[in-house]
Design a protein around this ligand. Structure first.
Ligand SMILES: Cc1cc2nc3c(=O)[nH]c(=O)nc-3n(C[C@H](O)[C@H](O)[C@H](O)COP(=O)(O)OP(=O)(O)OC[C@H]3O[C@@H](n4cnc5c(N)ncnc54)[C@H](O)[C@@H]3O)c2cc1C
Length: 332
């Protein structure tokens, strides 16, 4: 147990949480980050198995804002990100909203090196970050917040003047509870799921397409991960559409994986070897069908802020800007 009172406690070590924590720390505030997983990344995670490495959530990131472009340039100088130049095929008719994006012209696709959580690992190293700490209760107090986290079977207590929550909206709603002014918005915000399939092969596949946006059928995306810089092994990630994922979310994962695999084989016209390793991952809160266009949520009276991609856009850049926005609000 600690009686130290932090200026801010951040729940979650994804892009939003670490963007907020890093900027608050740089502004001279004392910050602690609690993350339930074993490392940073959230939905921008990298799974390794044998020689294979899979970015099974976010595939790459783009930068439309000057602020994120400037950060990417800095991370590029540090060797944490590199452009990913692989051509991407398009299967089926592009929906209208994506065709409009095509017209905006070429955009650089960036990836983390050696995995898509590389920047987050670097950011978290300079911060007080506790992994495998699941925040289970946040209780308003006279001077701020008392936070309870489960770690190693024990309950740990933290005190903070300000609270920043970056868990998905349903989980943030459950944490803050019905008494919070933010509860109605959080509770009403639905996130759509994505099922991901990871395939590991012993030899390179003889396919002439390594990545594709898929606009028909159960799949939405596939990518040969080792076309990205610093990835080893012949490793593929396949994503299902939100609709298909929703309909199959609680089905036995082996069946789901085999259906996605068959759909992909039909799409690419067959392959010359069987995968040696196959695993599915369920992203229950993958993306918001209707992101809020407001940066972040705040209840200034209670000194609580909520950030995440869904407050802004469904992308890494949106999450990062959301976290930065909170830090700016807290320091100006
Ligand atoms: C399948 C998939 C593909 C995607 N593809 C792309 C892409 O190609 N390009 C792109 O830009 N974006 C993509 N995205 C979106 C991108 O991953 C997200 O926008 C971004 O990672 C969200 O960051 P975040 O910090 O808002 O949330 P998260 O990454 O979800 O971070 C929230 C963190 O909070 C932690 N947490 C939750 N509850 C608690 C608790 N009670 N206690 C402690 N910690 C807690 C979680 O473990 C998590 O680490 C994709 C997402 C998915 C799922």
């Amino acid at each position: 147990m600690t009686e130290r009172i932090w200026d801010a406690l951040v729940v979650g070590a994804g892009w939003a949480g670490l963007a907020a924590a890093d900027a608050l720390h740089a502004a001279g505030q004392s910050v602690v980050v609690l993350e339930k997983a074993r490392g940073p990344g959230g939905r921008s995670a990298t799974r390794r198995h044998n020689d294979w490495s899979f970015d099974h959530g976010a595939q790459y990131f783009t930068a439309y804002s000057e602020a994120f472009q400037a950060s990417l340039a800095k991370w590029s100088d540090l060797g944490l990100v590199r452009p990913w130049l692989e051509p991407i095929g398009v299967f089926g008719q592009r929906p209208d909203h994506l065709s409009r994006l095509d017209k905006e012209g070429p955009v650089t696709r960036w990836v983390g090196v050696p995995g898509n959580n590389a920047v987050l690992k670097a950011l978290s190293e300079g911060l007080a970050t506790h992994y495998e700490h699941t925040v289970t209760a946040v209780i308003p107090t006279e001077g701020g917040w008392r936070i309870e986290a489960k770690a190693d079977g024990q309950t740990r207590l933290f005190l903070a003047k300000q609270l920043v929550v970056t868990a998905p909206p349903a989980q943030s709603a459950a944490l803050l509870g019905k008494a919070s002014a933010l509860f109605p918005v959080l509770n009403a915000h639905v996130m759509a799921p994505t099922l991901a399939l990871m395939l590991g092969f012993d030899q390179p596949l003889g396919l002439d397409v390594s990545a594709g946006f898929v606009n028909d059928g159960p799949l939405s995306w596939f990518c040969r991960q080792n076309t990205k810089p610093s990835r080893t092994g012949e490793a593929w990630v396949i994503h299902a559409t939100s609709q298909w994922s929703d309909a199959h979310l609680d089905a036995p994962q082996a069946n789901v994986g085999s259906k996605m695999y068959q759909a992909w084989l039909e799409l690419v016209g067959g392959i010359d070897q069987e995968p040696t390793w196959m695993q599915t991952h369920r992203w229950r809160y993958a993306q918001s069908p209707a992101p809020l266009d407001q940066g972040y949520l705040s209840d200034k009276d209670r000194r609580v802020w909520v950030a995440g991609d869904w407050c802004n856009s469904n992308r890494v850049e949106g999450a990062w800007l959301s976290g930065r926005g909170v830090a700016q609000a807290l320091t100006t």
